[in-house]
Design a binder for this molecule. Structure first.
Ligand SMILES: [Fe+2]
Ligand SMILES: [Fe+2]
Length: 206
């Protein structure tokens, strides 16, 4: 994965590292706000509340880690982010594509569509988080960085399990739908990594 080439550059440069943390914080915050927005005010469950709270905590925790890089990224304005356009586009676009798929395949609308999109989008993101954060933590360890994301890794593992449980009760064909969401996510993630590469290693961008 190209990310393996990009991460050492990021972790060993305080300015890039602070922007990377801020970018992850933005993405966690976008995810948290999406979960909160999809909540049904009456039927929201313990698991959904827990999940939203933890994603909000991840956004805050990553923002706090920026202190350790001595960086300064006070807001999510583009100048404090890496690949700002793609970083903002990634989750919103995944939501659009998954919702379109659910409308076409399962004919869902309204509340049902919102809940199903929450399940599939969040599942795909949890699969990604379970891959991305451990790779990042390895790089942090190699560079003896003071930054660490171990508490996030632990919670993301729990989230994936919780999403699978919720998906199982959503549909007997959950695996087929989840696979589609993962495919849609992979395309968007690869574009995001390419955008990062183009920004950080312009000479190597194709
Ligand atoms: Fe998270
Ligand atoms: Fe999560």
């Amino acid at each position: 994965m190209e990310l393996n080439k990009i991460l050492p550059l990021i972790v060993n440069d305080n300015v890039l590292h602070s922007k990377w943390l801020n970018t992850l914080s933005l993405m966690e915050n976008t995810g948290a706000r999406k979960i909160s927005a999809s909540e049904d005010p009456q039927t929201v469950t313990y698991i959904i509340l827990k999940h939203a709270a933890e994603e909000h905590r991840h956004a805050f925790y990553l923002k706090k880690q920026i202190e350790k890089t001595k960086g300064d990224c006070p807001t999510y304005a583009p100048e404090f982010l890496l690949a700002p356009t793609y970083s903002k586009y990634y989750l919103n676009q995944l939501d659009v594509l998954v919702s379109r798929y659910l409308k076409q395949e399962l004919n869902l609308s309204g509340k049902e569509l919102r809940f199903a999109a929450y399940l599939l989008v969040t599942y795909a993101i949890e699969v990604r988080a379970d891959e991305l954060y451990p790779i990042y933590q390895d790089e942090l360890d190699k560079s003896n960085s003071k930054v660490n994301v171990k508490s996030i890794i632990l919670e993301e593992e729990g989230h994936l399990e919780e999403m699978i449980n919720q998906l199982k009760s959503f549909s007997p064909q959950w695996e087929q739908h989840a696979q589609k969401a993962v495919e849609l996510e992979a395309e968007l993630f690869n574009s995001w990594v390419s955008a990062l590469a183009a920004e950080l290693m312009p000479s190597m961008a194709s």
